[in-house]
Design a protein around this ligand. Structure first.
Ligand SMILES: O=P(O)(O)OC[C@H]1O[C@](O)(CO)[C@@H](O)[C@@H]1O
Length: 450
């Protein structure tokens, strides 16, 4: 139930270079542990593995089992950090071919886009199921989930009546601020609180992730136990003993050596949404003040047949962070074929895992020849405990990495730019001046073109 750094980007980064980062790591470690750095009001995630109230966890489990008894579909409404952790966990822990799964409870998502097609088709098919809704928004005012909830709330009240709907809707939000908490109070929904000092992308181990995961039958105690173990094992500042810190140092070294892009690579399809969660974590934490690696992801070996060409021979601007799962959920032995028509008998008797691992080794050797630095993580297995460890590992390394970079790893001011323009163009009250500015700029551009 661990994540280990087993390859540290050699020969592109030497041990000496890594050790040279120690004083800077020490400083970042102090900023986190003494809670003295910029953004220090958002360090609550540090204590989530071992300091959450047992009453709150018990209340979540109770409501989760109530919901699981009456519903066979849970609609999780949220965007960014308010849904990605749940999606990452369920994708890793659930059926590897979700289209074929028949769980007693399905989790579907809404409020992570504003597609009329998506929302209409979701609403059209809900009648076939017994439905519950978990609406999640820290601010309680984000447009995407608010819009989806407007439709889902109306659907639930029409179908079940106000009273029964209220037992099937759970709101996860701020303790006092935002429209959602007021709506939840007005309708007497069960609510769970997102702590003030935990930002969206660091919130998977709060009720944001824990409640829907509990409804879906995930062992949230094991998830927290894995995170607790990570917290204990990753407490030293020494870069030779703390893999989360070594990773933070390596990615900063590689950035300074000219890498602009970090690709999160895995060979297990179940890790796909972990990469999505990781992208938000690092992208929102570090992409500011004109700095930061651009985080992207690749699913191998699938993407070796599309993006593999670019990685091998394209512009030398990226490095890869590869995750290998040591013990996948199943072992599968390749059978012998009498005719050997497909020419694969040379693999008969070998495990599919061996072939997948060999692809990983072969690709790492090829990419090293292609001058792509690589970091390799080994994840023990695809269990709740290992996942809890992984979540905490990357949250910690992200905080340290952001401080090494010299940014505030806990704010996201750039996200407001599109929102401001969208509100202005949609005519939201309070954005009149901005609307006039945007429309006159457009007019000027048109005149200049004509
Ligand atoms: O939970 P909220 O407040 O709806 O925010 C959702 C997401 O939107 C952001 O605030 C960006 O706008 C993310 O940081 C966050 O994870």
């Amino acid at each position: 139930m661990r994540l280990r750094l087993s390859h540290r980007a050699q020969p592109f980064v030497s041990e000496r270079e890594l050790m040279n980062m120690q004083p800077f790591i020490d400083a970042a470690h102090q900023l986190v542990t003494q809670r003295s750095g910029v953004g220090r009001d958002f360090l609550g995630w540090i204590d989530l593995p071992d300091q959450q109230s047992t009453e709150m966890i018990a209340a979540m489990k109770k409501k989760a089992s109530e919901i699981a008894q009456k519903a066979n579909v849970l609609v999780v409404i949220g965007i960014g950090g308010s849904y990605l952790g749940t999606r990452a966990a369920l994708h890793l822990l659930g059926h590897a071919v979700p289209e074929l799964a028949a769980p007693s409870l399905r989790v579907v998502y809404a409020g992570h886009n504003m597609s009329a097609t998506y929302l209409s088709e979701l609403l059209a098919d809900l009648d076939r199921y017994d439905v519950a809704v978990n609406v999640i928004s820290k601010s309680g005012t984000t447009t995407e989930p608010a819009l989806a909830f407007r439709f889902l709330q109306a659907y639930m009240e029409k179908r079940y009546g106000k009273e029964d709907a209220a037992t099937r809707i759970v709101a996860t939000t701020d303790r006092a601020n935002g429209a959602l908490v007021a709506m939840a109070r007005a309708s007497a929904y069960a609510t769970f609180v997102i702590p003030d000092d935990v930002g969206g992308r660091y919130s998977v181990l709060t009720p944001v992730g824990l409640f829907p995961l509990a409804v879906a039958g995930v062992d949230i105690d094991a998830l927290l136990a894995g995170a607790r173990r990570a917290k204990q094992e990753l407490s030293e500042s020494d870069v030779s003993k703390n893999d989360a810190y070594a990773y933070a140092a390596l990615r900063n070294i590689l950035l300074r050596k000219g890498c602009a892009i970090e690709a999160f690579v895995s060979y297990e399809p179940g890790i796909h949404y972990i990469a999505e969660w990781w992208k938000q974590l690092f992208g929102e934490s570090e992409g500011k003040d004109g700095r930061g690696l651009f985080p992207t992801s690749l699913d191998f070996s699938t993407d070796l047949h599309s993006m593999g060409q670019y990685v091998q021979e394209g512009a030398r601007i990226l490095f890869e962070s590869v995750v290998r799962v040591k013990s996948p959920r199943h072992a599968l032995t390749i059978p012998e074929l009498a005719s050997d028509a497909d020419g694969l008998n040379y693999l008969a008797g070998q495990s599919v895992q061996h072939v997948n691992d060999t692809a990983l080794r072969a690709t790492m050797l090829a990419h090293e020849d292609g001058r792509v630095p690589q970091v390799l993580f080994e994840m023990d297995d695809m269990s709740e405990q290992s996942l809890g460890y992984l979540f905490y590992f990357f949250e910690l390394s992200c905080a340290i990495s952001g401080y090494l970079l010299g940014v505030n790893p806990f704010d996201q001011p750039g996200v407001e730019a599109y929102k401001k323009n969208m509100f202005a163009l949609l005519g939201k009250p309070g954005f009149e001046a901005e609307r006039a500015r945007l429309l006159s700029a457009r007019e000027e551009t048109r005149n200049a073109r004509e």
